[in-house]
Write a protein that binds this ligand. Structure first.
Ligand code: OAD
Length: 248
């Protein structure tokens, strides 16, 4: 038996024995759908090409709101033709069969598109499908087929911005509390496609590892492997469906 085969078998057994799963995802779960990741060697990653200080901070937005809003419009337009992949679909089956709670750092909405009704998707970093006012609590849905231009809040007149969490900003408190509880109580957490570089999100993996088992699926070895019972290397759209096969 080679290493991958043995690790797959072990991971399947851990998943099959779990009453309930917690699935924690990052940009790598959507990479096989064609969504760029933020970091990586390819040079095509977002932060390999663009400056996060300019495009993903409140200061960057204050300095050049048009540039920032246009960049998110471009990301929204990319999503018009993108479909969930086999990893998202497998996770959605676990949401059904294992009442899996999904905690995602992604803002692309791909989990939600295939999730069963009433399944829980905790979005730590917000959503591209929504804008919010930069000053008051006004929020509005964004239609990806008719992308809005930079505009002002109809309630208070300040600029509207994408409803995503930028560097230096707090996460939504309710979402964070739910995610923390799920991580603390997780029998098994499956961690898919994240570099594990962004806090506080990645703290949830360390929390889960205190009491439960952690299975990591990633293209390459990374810092979260230290938390893992099993680490598997390869493409999420290939490996995740194989994890759902019969444990044998
Ligand atoms: P990263 O881009 O930092 O990491 C993506 C990870 O996925 C890397 O470890 C890749 O090796 C791996 N990967 C790439 N392709 C894969 C594939 N096909 N299958 C499996 N794994 C693959 O993305 P995140 O960890 O999600 O924040 O980044 C965390 C946060 O940093 C994001 O939510 C974003 C960013 O700044 C906000 O937008 C607030």
């Amino acid at each position: 038996m080679d290493d991958t085969h043995a690790s797959l078998t072990r991971a399947r057994q851990v998943i099959a024995a779990a009453g309930r799963l917690v699935v924690f995802t990052g940009a790598g779960v959507s990479a096989d759908s064609g969504v760029p990741t933020f970091r990586g060697h390819s040079g095509e990653s977002f932060w390999g090409q663009y400056d996060p200080a300019q495009l993903a901070t409140p200061q960057g937005f204050r300095a050049n709101p048009q540039l920032v809003y246009d960049w998110y419009s471009w990301r929204r337009s990319q999503l018009q033709s993108i479909e969930p992949n086999a990893a998202h679909r497998t996770i959605s089956r676990w949401q059904e069969a294992k009442r899996a709670v999904v905690i995602t750092q992604n803002v692309d909405g791909l989990h939600e598109r295939v999730a069963p009704q009433e399944a829980i998707v905790l979005r730590l970093h917000g959503s591209l499908a929504q804008d919010r006012c930069s000053a008051c609590d006004f929020r509005e849905a964004v239609d990806f087929q008719h992308l809005p231009k930079l505009h002002r809040c109809p309630r208070c007149g300040e600029l509207v911005r994408p409803d995503v969490v930028w560097f230096g900003e707090e996460l939504d408190e309710y979402v964070w509390q739910m995610a923390e509880q799920a991580a603390r109580e997780a029998e098994v957490m499956l961690v898919i496609g994240t570099s594990g570089e962004v806090w506080p999100a990645v703290g949830l993996v360390h929390l889960a590892a205190r009491n439960g088992e952690v299975i990591v699926v990633n293209l390459e070895p990374g810092s979260l492997d230290d938390c893992a019972t099993v680490a598997l290397y390869g493409r999420a759209a290939d490996l995740v469906p194989r994890l759902a096969e019969d444990a044998g």
